[in-house]
Design a protein around this ligand. Structure first.
Ligand code: FES
Ligand SMILES: [Fe+2]
Length: 377
């Protein structure tokens, strides 16, 4: 099917019909998403505190593109395409580490942390060879609310301009944002389109209707006060903690500390989420990285607070997220993906209306609209 044929009419949108099923498995549409969404948007790579020491680096993959983000000796963070300028060898393979210089494993061209080519064997004998012309190719970087993002589009609008007011809101809910330290990072492959996973995370309709871990979450938050708010290219979904809770994640709350007065989630177009769980002193990142039309890699990052021991309730929360809530949602993602392929399903129906804002799927519709507009741009 060509992209022109893939339409979602305004009439259907107004009548409450979802983005058609083919948007969740068609390869031509997926290719459009790759270039028009992912090669143009901001990607969360890590927290600034992971890159404090000169030479510490993180790599990030956006499909076949690999980017290296490295802390310079001058304290500046720089991002480069992760490729040697000699004959195109990938420079760094690991996700994180520390180096004095960036040295290519093939012919040992060596780049300083600011991307300049410093050493290249035999080039002094090559007429007209100018080291200054062979530095690493830069990629746009931005630090936003304590986290570092990269963008392959040199003309991209800054996140601060894209998400006005977001940082103040994030800081209100995550007071220790600047003191975060990485505890754990888990990559989980999921047989589902990235949008299926995103939809699941931005609606509360399934919370009290699906599995036991979801019902547990509903018991920890004041679900009646759960609000999902679109703000253009960013959104939040927030639920205050249930007053009077004495235990969470199977442990008593006595002596525990927590990061926020509730369940707070910040989503940035297209695929990054930053969140805190009720009664847990941990900040999570959740990134939906597409790997194919019907496959994704989910990256779960968990950040504790520097110098503060991890309360047992928080440890239990991380375990619960990895072993209970996460798998429960992933199971739904996978079965949802299978169903989208059915000859018996063409498109869905949003449940949006007055008086049940906590269960309403308006944020899913908002997200679909952003995807559709980007593909058709
Ligand atoms: S490809 Fe990197 S040094 Fe030759
Ligand atoms: Fe869920």
């Amino acid at each position: 099917m060509s992209v022109e044929e893939a339409s979602w009419s305004v009439e259907d949108q107004e009548a409450g019909y979802t983005l058609p099923a083919k948007f969740f498995y068609d390869d031509a549409i997926f290719q459009q998403e790759k270039t028009k969404i992912f090669f143009k948007s901001w990607h969360l790579v890590g927290h600034v505190n992971e890159l404090r020491e000169p030479g510490t680096f993180l790599t990030h993959e956006i499909f076949e593109q690999s980017i290296i983000l490295v802390a310079g000796r001058d304290g500046k963070l720089r991002a480069f395409h992760n490729v040697c300028q000699h004959r195109g060898n990938r420079l760094v393979e690991s996700r994180r580490g520390k180096v004095a210089m960036l040295t290519c494993a093939y012919h040992a061209w060596t780049y300083s942390l600011d991307g300049c080519l410093r050493g290249a064997s035999q080039t002094q004998n090559v007429a007209g060879f100018d080291k200054d012309k062979h530095g690493l190719k830069p990629v746009k970087v931005e630090v936003f609310a304590g986290f570092v993002y990269i963008n392959l589009d040199p003309d991209a609008k800054s996140i601060a301009d894209m998400a006005p007011g977001a940082e103040a809101q994030i800081r209100r809910h995550i007071p220790d944002l600047d003191r975060l330290t990485l505890l754990q990072e888990v990559d989980v492959p999921v047989a589902a389109n990235w949008k299926v996973i995103q939809e699941n995370s931005i609606e509360g309709y399934h919370f009290d209707q699906s599995g036991p871990a979801h019902k547990q979450l509903v018991r920890l938050i004041d679900f009646a006060g759960y609000t999902l708010t679109p703000h253009g290219d960013w959104w939040t979904y927030i639920g205050p903690t249930k007053p009077g809770a004495t235990e969470a994640y199977g442990l008593p709350l006595a002596g525990a500390t927590w990061q926020s007065s509730g369940f707070f989630n910040f989503g940035l177009w297209p695929n990054a989420t930053l969140y805190v769980f009720p009664y847990a002193d941990v900040v999570g990142t959740f990134i939906m990285m597409p790997t194919g039309p019907e496959t994704s890699m989910l990256r779960f990052g968990y950040y504790g607070i520097e110098g503060r021991p991890l309360p047992d309730v928080t440890k239990a929360c991380i375990r619960w997220m990895n072993e209970d809530l996460g798998p429960e949602d992933i199971k739904l993602n996978v079965s949802n993906q299978k169903g989208l392929r059915s000859f018996g399903f063409e498109r869905g129906r949003y449940i949006i209306g007055e008086g049940f804002e906590n269960r309403s799927e308006h944020l899913v519709k908002h997200f679909h609209k952003l995807c559709y507009d980007a593909i058709r741009s």
